[in-house]
Design a protein around this ligand. Structure first.
Ligand SMILES: NC(=O)c1ccc[n+]([C@@H]2O[C@H](COP(=O)([O-])OP(=O)(O)OC[C@H]3O[C@@H](n4cnc5c(N)ncnc54)[C@H](O)[C@@H]3O)[C@@H](O)[C@H]2O)c1
Ligand SMILES: CC(C)[C@H](C(=O)O)[C@@H](O)C(=O)O
Ligand SMILES: [Mg+2]
Length: 366
């Protein structure tokens, strides 16, 4: 099988972490004898600079003829204050919508070597293994905004809008995921205030009848943000609206030690998906070769698992990540006791070394 992947590096540290992830990906695919074609496209600020728009038609074409998309990050101060239609985020939001990627899975896993530096209580973080299922193509980020008429305008509106079907499909996806994990689902909303959240709760209630084996509880988003810090180990799957999921996932990233650690998969009902780290373009460290590539590398592993069904290959990457951290290598955003801080490229090289070591070990044991 020849795999076709669209590669959209984007802006800031996007191209840096993407180069690292592609090196690791090519290495693992080569070891397992797979053939892959990578087609690069422009998105975000880089696309605005070249074509005047953050999501050129050519990029959409590349994505449509691929089996999966790997994306770095978009945005930065150069473009963030452009008129609304040219904001680089519009390119990313537009791509998610255009490709129908409504289910965003953001796994949060505690890696043992990173725990001692966590400001959180160790007994609560050491077994953390949760997934935030974020609704990705509806809600506040896609509702009707009011027009900006300039600085004199005295009122502004954004709308949090969902159809029943949009809520049903994401809630169902989360129940399905909980069923194959630890069977615990937390649905997070603001039902004490928002009408959309009250409808969300009704749908959770109705859907739970189909999944009697999954224990479900409804939680308010404000107290959930507290519980994530106080006792994150209580969570298995969390399902929530677009903006709540955006905010809770950046918060949850700190359980692992850094925003740079979190991968994500944006899925629909078939195997097609887009895979990107949770972080942004990090303009403060861009161009310095020190960005943490692990969120993107782990996103590539999710791509192999969800879009190509390559479980062994995905696990090999995840094991290599654990292996390099255990060996003490990390980027500057992480703290490993007695560890060595290395740059983005060197960390990718260490991952490739680890992949080789585990292959050598498995051929000795066979
Ligand atoms: N999916 C995306 O493409 C995405 C996500 C979030 C933000 N953004 C955009 O990125 C730009 C910058 O946003 P921001 O600064 O609020 O958020 P950010 O996620 O880019 O950075 C937040 C902080 O985390 C650090 N950080 C992030 N990723 C890191 C990594 N891999 N390694 C080490 N440190 C890392 C940064 O240095 C910064 O201090 C904005 O234009 C924003 O709209 C894009
Ligand atoms: C850049 C922005 C539009 C994006 C989002 O909110 O989805 C980002 O924060 C993310 O988490 O992927
Ligand atoms: Mg975000």
């Amino acid at each position: 099988m020849e795999m076709k992947m669209a590669v959209l590096p984007g802006d800031g540290i996007g191209p840096e972490v993407m180069d690292a992830a592609i090196r690791v990906l090519k290495n693992v695919l080569g070891r397992y004898g797979h053939e892959a074609v990578f087609e690069k496209g422009l998105i975000g600020g880089a696309a605005i600079d070249e074509t005047g728009t953050p999501l050129p038609e050519e990029t959409l074409e590349i994505c449509r003829r691929s089996d999966a998309i790997l994306l770095g990050a978009v945005g930065g101060p150069k473009w963030d204050h452009n008129p609304a239609s040219l904001r680089p985020e519009k390119g990313l939001l537009g791509l998610r919508k255009e490709m129908g990627l409504f289910a965003n899975l953001r796994p949060v896993k505690a890696y043992a070597p990173l725990l001692s530096a966590s400001p959180l209580k160790r007994e609560f973080v050491e077994n953390v293994d949760l997934v935030i299922v974020r609704e990705l193509t509806g809600g506040l980020y896609f509702g009707r905004p009011s027009e900006r008429r300039g600085p004199a305008q005295h009122e502004v509106v954004d709308t949090l809008q969902y159809t029943r079907e949009e809520i049903e499909r994401i809630v169902d996806k989360a129940f399905q995921l909980a069923r194959i994990r630890r069977k615990k689902l937390a649905s997070v909303d603001k039902a004490n205030v928002l009408e959309s959240s009250r409808m969300w709760r009704e749908i959770v209630e109705e859907t739970s009848a189909k999944y009697p084996d999954v224990e479900v509880r409804n939680m308010l988003v404000d107290s959930t943000s507290m519980q994530l810090i106080a006792n994150p180990g209580q969570f298995d799957v969390i399902v929530t609206e677009n903006m709540f999921g955006d905010i809770l996932s950046d918060e949850a990233s700190m359980i692992t030690g850094s925003l740079g650690m979190l991968p994500s998969a944006s899925l629909r009902s078939d195997r097609f998906g887009m895979y990107e780290p949770v972080h942004g373009s990090a303009p403060d460290i861009a161009g310095q070769g020190k960005a943490n590539p692990l969120g993107t590398v782990l996103s590539a592993a999710m791509m192999l698992r969800y879009s190509f069904g390559l479980e062994k290959e995905a696990e090999a990457i995840e094991k290599a990540v654990d292996g390099v951290l255990r060996a003490g290598y990390c980027t500057g955003d992480l703290q490993v006791p007695n560890g060595k801080i290395v740059g983005t490229d060197e960390l990718a090289g260490r991952l490739i070394e680890k992949l080789g070591e585990s292959e050598a070990a498995s051929s000795v044991s066979n």
